[in-house]
Design a protein. Sequence first.
Length: 329
Amino acid sequence: MAINFRSSRLAAALAVTALSIAFTPTGAHAQSYPTKPITIVVPASPGGAIDLVARLVGQKLTEAWGQSVVVDNRSGATGIVGTDVVAKAAPDGYTLALVASSHAINPSMVRKLPYDTVKSFEPVALTHVVPLMLVVSPSVPAKSVKELIAYGKAHPGQLSFASSGSGGAPHFSGELFKSMAGLDMVHIPYKGSTLAHPDLTSGRVSLMFDTVAAINPQVKAGKVRALAVSTTKHAAIAPQLPTMAEAGLPGYDTSTWGGVLAPAGTPKAVIDKLNAGINQALAAPDVRERLLAAGIEPAGGSPAQFSGFIQTEMVKWAKVAKNAGIQPE
Protein backbone atom coordinates (compact mmCIF):
# COMPACT_ATOMS: atom_id res chain seq x y z
CA MET A 1 0.00 0.00 0.00
CA ALA A 2 2.91 2.30 0.79
CA ILE A 3 4.23 1.95 -2.75
CA ASN A 4 0.84 2.79 -4.19
CA PHE A 5 0.59 5.78 -1.88
CA ARG A 6 3.97 7.07 -3.02
CA SER A 7 2.99 6.43 -6.64
CA SER A 8 -0.22 8.36 -6.16
CA ARG A 9 1.68 11.26 -4.63
CA LEU A 10 4.19 11.17 -7.51
CA ALA A 11 1.39 11.10 -10.09
CA ALA A 12 -0.32 14.00 -8.36
CA ALA A 13 2.93 15.94 -8.24
CA LEU A 14 3.56 15.33 -11.93
CA ALA A 15 0.02 16.44 -12.76
CA VAL A 16 0.50 19.68 -10.81
CA THR A 17 3.86 20.26 -12.55
CA ALA A 18 2.31 19.65 -15.97
CA LEU A 19 -0.51 22.06 -15.18
CA SER A 20 2.02 24.62 -13.95
CA ILE A 21 4.07 24.32 -17.15
CA ALA A 22 0.94 24.73 -19.26
CA PHE A 23 0.38 28.12 -17.67
CA THR A 24 4.03 29.19 -17.47
CA PRO A 25 5.48 31.46 -20.20
CA THR A 26 9.23 30.85 -20.00
CA GLY A 27 9.37 30.67 -16.24
CA ALA A 28 6.78 33.30 -15.35
CA HIS A 29 3.13 32.58 -14.62
CA ALA A 30 0.90 34.19 -17.24
CA GLN A 31 -1.54 35.07 -14.49
CA SER A 32 1.08 37.17 -12.68
CA TYR A 33 2.60 38.70 -15.83
CA PRO A 34 4.44 41.03 -15.86
CA THR A 35 7.01 40.39 -13.14
CA LYS A 36 9.83 42.42 -14.70
CA PRO A 37 10.28 45.37 -17.12
CA ILE A 38 8.89 45.15 -20.65
CA THR A 39 10.71 46.44 -23.74
CA ILE A 40 8.81 47.79 -26.73
CA VAL A 41 11.13 47.83 -29.74
CA VAL A 42 10.26 50.66 -32.13
CA PRO A 43 11.90 49.84 -35.48
CA ALA A 44 12.24 53.53 -36.38
CA SER A 45 13.92 56.70 -35.17
CA PRO A 46 12.42 58.71 -32.28
CA GLY A 47 9.77 61.29 -33.10
CA GLY A 48 7.46 59.44 -35.47
CA ALA A 49 3.95 58.11 -34.95
CA ILE A 50 4.91 54.62 -33.76
CA ASP A 51 7.45 56.11 -31.35
CA LEU A 52 4.87 58.47 -29.83
CA VAL A 53 2.28 55.69 -29.50
CA ALA A 54 4.81 53.33 -27.91
CA ARG A 55 5.74 55.94 -25.30
CA LEU A 56 2.16 56.91 -24.47
CA VAL A 57 0.93 53.31 -24.26
CA GLY A 58 4.07 52.25 -22.40
CA GLN A 59 3.48 54.90 -19.74
CA LYS A 60 -0.10 53.73 -19.22
CA LEU A 61 1.00 50.09 -18.92
CA THR A 62 3.65 51.12 -16.41
CA GLU A 63 1.03 52.90 -14.32
CA ALA A 64 -1.43 50.00 -14.54
CA TRP A 65 0.97 47.12 -13.91
CA GLY A 66 3.71 48.62 -11.75
CA GLN A 67 6.47 47.43 -14.10
CA SER A 68 8.46 49.83 -16.25
CA VAL A 69 7.96 49.73 -20.02
CA VAL A 70 11.07 50.79 -21.93
CA VAL A 71 11.00 52.02 -25.55
CA ASP A 72 14.01 50.85 -27.57
CA ASN A 73 14.44 52.56 -30.97
CA ARG A 74 16.10 50.23 -33.49
CA SER A 75 15.82 51.89 -36.91
CA GLY A 76 17.05 50.55 -40.23
CA ALA A 77 15.91 48.87 -43.44
CA THR A 78 12.28 50.11 -43.32
CA GLY A 79 11.74 48.54 -39.92
CA ILE A 80 13.35 45.16 -40.63
CA VAL A 81 16.29 45.58 -38.23
CA GLY A 82 14.21 46.26 -35.12
CA THR A 83 11.46 43.83 -36.04
CA ASP A 84 14.01 41.03 -36.44
CA VAL A 85 15.20 41.62 -32.87
CA VAL A 86 11.70 40.82 -31.63
CA ALA A 87 11.24 37.87 -33.99
CA LYS A 88 14.25 36.24 -32.34
CA ALA A 89 13.41 37.24 -28.75
CA ALA A 90 12.11 34.88 -26.06
CA PRO A 91 8.34 34.34 -26.43
CA ASP A 92 7.53 35.49 -22.91
CA GLY A 93 5.84 38.86 -23.45
CA TYR A 94 8.78 40.94 -22.27
CA THR A 95 10.06 41.97 -25.73
CA LEU A 96 7.48 43.45 -28.09
CA ALA A 97 7.54 45.35 -31.38
CA LEU A 98 5.42 48.30 -32.37
CA VAL A 99 5.62 47.99 -36.15
CA ALA A 100 4.38 50.35 -38.85
CA SER A 101 2.60 49.69 -42.14
CA SER A 102 5.96 48.94 -43.78
CA HIS A 103 5.75 45.57 -41.98
CA ALA A 104 3.06 44.52 -44.47
CA ILE A 105 4.82 46.13 -47.45
CA ASN A 106 8.31 44.70 -46.87
CA PRO A 107 7.46 41.23 -48.28
CA SER A 108 6.77 42.97 -51.61
CA MET A 109 10.06 44.90 -51.47
CA VAL A 110 12.54 42.44 -49.95
CA ARG A 111 13.07 39.02 -51.50
CA LYS A 112 14.40 37.35 -48.37
CA LEU A 113 13.37 38.73 -45.00
CA PRO A 114 15.15 37.40 -41.88
CA TYR A 115 11.76 36.40 -40.44
CA ASP A 116 8.32 35.35 -41.64
CA THR A 117 6.01 38.39 -41.59
CA VAL A 118 3.10 36.30 -40.30
CA LYS A 119 4.47 33.11 -38.71
CA SER A 120 7.25 34.72 -36.66
CA PHE A 121 4.85 36.83 -34.58
CA GLU A 122 1.74 36.83 -32.42
CA PRO A 123 -0.41 39.89 -33.24
CA VAL A 124 -1.44 41.77 -30.10
CA ALA A 125 -3.35 44.89 -31.17
CA LEU A 126 -3.67 47.49 -33.92
CA THR A 127 -2.78 50.66 -32.05
CA HIS A 128 -3.44 53.45 -34.52
CA VAL A 129 -4.06 54.63 -38.05
CA VAL A 130 -2.52 57.74 -39.62
CA PRO A 131 -4.45 59.15 -42.59
CA LEU A 132 -2.44 60.44 -45.51
CA MET A 133 -3.26 63.66 -47.30
CA LEU A 134 -3.05 64.06 -51.07
CA VAL A 135 -1.52 67.45 -51.74
CA VAL A 136 -0.47 69.14 -54.96
CA SER A 137 2.08 71.81 -55.73
CA PRO A 138 0.75 75.32 -56.50
CA SER A 139 2.12 74.77 -60.02
CA VAL A 140 -0.55 72.10 -60.61
CA PRO A 141 -3.86 73.83 -61.47
CA ALA A 142 -6.12 71.02 -60.17
CA LYS A 143 -8.40 71.92 -57.26
CA SER A 144 -9.97 68.47 -56.85
CA VAL A 145 -9.01 64.83 -57.33
CA LYS A 146 -11.14 64.62 -60.49
CA GLU A 147 -9.40 67.69 -61.90
CA LEU A 148 -6.00 66.22 -61.01
CA ILE A 149 -6.81 62.98 -62.85
CA ALA A 150 -8.05 64.93 -65.87
CA TYR A 151 -4.91 67.09 -65.84
CA GLY A 152 -2.67 64.03 -65.58
CA LYS A 153 -4.37 62.33 -68.51
CA ALA A 154 -4.07 65.49 -70.59
CA HIS A 155 -0.36 65.76 -69.73
CA PRO A 156 0.96 62.17 -69.71
CA GLY A 157 4.39 61.75 -68.13
CA GLN A 158 4.46 65.30 -66.78
CA LEU A 159 3.25 64.56 -63.26
CA SER A 160 5.64 63.35 -60.56
CA PHE A 161 4.92 62.27 -57.02
CA ALA A 162 7.22 62.54 -54.05
CA SER A 163 7.40 60.12 -51.14
CA SER A 164 9.22 59.73 -47.86
CA GLY A 165 11.16 56.81 -49.35
CA SER A 166 10.72 53.68 -51.45
CA GLY A 167 8.62 50.96 -49.86
CA GLY A 168 6.65 53.03 -47.38
CA ALA A 169 2.90 53.61 -47.31
CA PRO A 170 3.24 57.13 -48.87
CA HIS A 171 5.12 55.60 -51.84
CA PHE A 172 2.64 52.77 -52.29
CA SER A 173 -0.29 55.17 -51.85
CA GLY A 174 1.01 57.10 -54.84
CA GLU A 175 1.42 53.89 -56.83
CA LEU A 176 -2.15 52.85 -55.98
CA PHE A 177 -3.45 56.27 -57.07
CA LYS A 178 -1.45 56.03 -60.29
CA SER A 179 -2.86 52.57 -61.00
CA MET A 180 -6.49 53.27 -60.09
CA ALA A 181 -6.57 56.60 -61.93
CA GLY A 182 -4.71 55.26 -64.98
CA LEU A 183 -2.04 57.95 -64.84
CA ASP A 184 1.53 58.08 -66.13
CA MET A 185 3.48 59.49 -63.17
CA VAL A 186 7.10 59.34 -62.04
CA HIS A 187 7.98 58.44 -58.44
CA ILE A 188 10.61 60.62 -56.73
CA PRO A 189 11.70 59.12 -53.37
CA TYR A 190 13.24 61.24 -50.60
CA LYS A 191 14.90 60.31 -47.31
CA GLY A 192 11.97 61.44 -45.20
CA SER A 193 8.87 63.42 -46.10
CA THR A 194 10.05 66.80 -44.83
CA LEU A 195 12.97 66.70 -47.27
CA ALA A 196 10.44 66.51 -50.10
CA HIS A 197 8.49 69.57 -49.00
CA PRO A 198 10.76 72.25 -50.55
CA ASP A 199 10.59 70.56 -53.97
CA LEU A 200 6.83 70.15 -53.60
CA THR A 201 6.19 73.79 -52.68
CA SER A 202 8.50 75.03 -55.46
CA GLY A 203 6.89 72.84 -58.11
CA ARG A 204 9.85 70.57 -58.83
CA VAL A 205 7.52 67.67 -57.94
CA SER A 206 3.79 67.73 -58.63
CA LEU A 207 2.09 65.96 -55.76
CA MET A 208 2.55 63.84 -52.68
CA PHE A 209 0.79 61.58 -50.20
CA ASP A 210 2.03 62.56 -46.75
CA THR A 211 0.82 62.17 -43.18
CA VAL A 212 -1.68 64.82 -42.20
CA ALA A 213 0.45 65.94 -39.25
CA ALA A 214 3.59 66.35 -41.39
CA ILE A 215 2.07 68.25 -44.31
CA ASN A 216 -0.70 70.23 -42.59
CA PRO A 217 1.58 73.19 -41.71
CA GLN A 218 2.40 73.59 -45.43
CA VAL A 219 -1.33 73.41 -46.24
CA LYS A 220 -2.23 76.01 -43.61
CA ALA A 221 0.54 78.29 -44.89
CA GLY A 222 -0.91 78.07 -48.42
CA LYS A 223 2.27 76.52 -49.82
CA VAL A 224 0.51 73.37 -51.09
CA ARG A 225 -3.11 72.55 -51.89
CA ALA A 226 -4.83 69.65 -50.11
CA LEU A 227 -7.31 67.63 -52.18
CA ALA A 228 -8.33 64.62 -50.08
CA VAL A 229 -7.42 62.17 -47.33
CA SER A 230 -6.52 58.59 -48.14
CA THR A 231 -8.69 56.77 -45.59
CA THR A 232 -12.37 55.84 -45.90
CA LYS A 233 -13.16 58.08 -42.91
CA HIS A 234 -12.54 61.80 -42.58
CA ALA A 235 -9.40 62.73 -40.68
CA ALA A 236 -10.06 64.24 -37.25
CA ILE A 237 -7.31 66.81 -37.78
CA ALA A 238 -8.69 67.91 -41.20
CA PRO A 239 -12.43 67.04 -41.20
CA GLN A 240 -13.18 69.42 -44.05
CA LEU A 241 -11.31 67.30 -46.61
CA PRO A 242 -13.17 64.63 -48.60
CA THR A 243 -11.94 61.05 -48.67
CA MET A 244 -10.40 59.79 -51.90
CA ALA A 245 -13.53 57.68 -52.43
CA GLU A 246 -15.78 60.72 -52.01
CA ALA A 247 -13.51 62.73 -54.32
CA GLY A 248 -13.86 60.30 -57.22
CA LEU A 249 -11.88 57.11 -56.55
CA PRO A 250 -14.25 54.62 -54.90
CA GLY A 251 -12.40 51.76 -53.21
CA TYR A 252 -9.28 53.80 -52.53
CA ASP A 253 -8.14 53.30 -48.93
CA THR A 254 -4.57 53.64 -47.61
CA SER A 255 -2.87 54.84 -44.47
CA THR A 256 0.17 54.39 -42.35
CA TRP A 257 -0.62 52.45 -39.20
CA GLY A 258 0.98 50.80 -36.23
CA GLY A 259 0.43 47.76 -34.07
CA VAL A 260 2.03 45.63 -31.40
CA LEU A 261 3.52 42.21 -32.14
CA ALA A 262 5.00 39.61 -29.79
CA PRO A 263 7.32 36.75 -30.76
CA ALA A 264 5.60 33.60 -32.05
CA GLY A 265 4.81 31.19 -29.24
CA THR A 266 4.00 33.85 -26.64
CA PRO A 267 1.24 32.32 -24.46
CA LYS A 268 -2.33 33.34 -25.22
CA ALA A 269 -2.92 34.48 -21.64
CA VAL A 270 -0.05 36.95 -21.98
CA ILE A 271 -1.27 38.16 -25.39
CA ASP A 272 -4.76 38.66 -23.98
CA LYS A 273 -3.47 40.65 -20.99
CA LEU A 274 -1.34 42.83 -23.27
CA ASN A 275 -4.27 43.35 -25.61
CA ALA A 276 -6.56 44.42 -22.76
CA GLY A 277 -3.92 46.76 -21.34
CA ILE A 278 -3.19 48.36 -24.72
CA ASN A 279 -6.90 48.84 -25.51
CA GLN A 280 -7.40 50.46 -22.12
CA ALA A 281 -4.42 52.77 -22.71
CA LEU A 282 -5.69 53.82 -26.14
CA ALA A 283 -9.11 54.63 -24.67
CA ALA A 284 -7.63 56.94 -22.01
CA PRO A 285 -8.81 60.53 -22.68
CA ASP A 286 -5.33 62.06 -22.32
CA VAL A 287 -3.81 59.51 -24.72
CA ARG A 288 -6.57 60.06 -27.29
CA GLU A 289 -6.14 63.82 -27.05
CA ARG A 290 -2.37 63.64 -27.60
CA LEU A 291 -2.71 61.27 -30.55
CA LEU A 292 -5.54 63.12 -32.30
CA ALA A 293 -3.66 66.42 -31.94
CA ALA A 294 -0.75 64.76 -33.77
CA GLY A 295 -2.98 63.51 -36.59
CA ILE A 296 -2.96 59.94 -35.26
CA GLU A 297 -6.28 58.09 -34.96
CA PRO A 298 -6.35 55.62 -32.02
CA ALA A 299 -7.45 52.12 -33.01
CA GLY A 300 -7.56 49.00 -30.82
CA GLY A 301 -9.42 45.72 -31.18
CA SER A 302 -8.64 42.04 -30.73
CA PRO A 303 -5.51 40.07 -31.69
CA ALA A 304 -7.56 38.19 -34.30
CA GLN A 305 -8.70 41.46 -35.88
CA PHE A 306 -5.13 42.72 -36.08
CA SER A 307 -4.00 39.41 -37.59
CA GLY A 308 -6.65 39.66 -40.31
CA PHE A 309 -5.78 43.30 -40.93
CA ILE A 310 -2.08 42.53 -41.47
CA GLN A 311 -2.85 39.79 -43.97
CA THR A 312 -5.33 41.99 -45.84
CA GLU A 313 -2.70 44.74 -46.03
CA MET A 314 -0.09 42.29 -47.34
CA VAL A 315 -2.40 41.17 -50.15
CA LYS A 316 -3.32 44.77 -51.04
CA TRP A 317 0.27 46.01 -51.18
CA ALA A 318 1.48 42.93 -53.09
CA LYS A 319 -1.09 43.74 -55.77
CA VAL A 320 0.03 47.38 -55.86
CA ALA A 321 3.68 46.29 -56.22
CA LYS A 322 2.78 43.91 -59.04
CA ASN A 323 0.79 46.56 -60.91
CA ALA A 324 3.64 49.05 -60.48
CA GLY A 325 6.19 46.53 -61.74
CA ILE A 326 8.09 46.64 -58.42
CA GLN A 327 10.27 43.55 -57.97
CA PRO A 328 11.53 42.54 -54.52
CA GLU A 329 15.29 42.90 -54.19
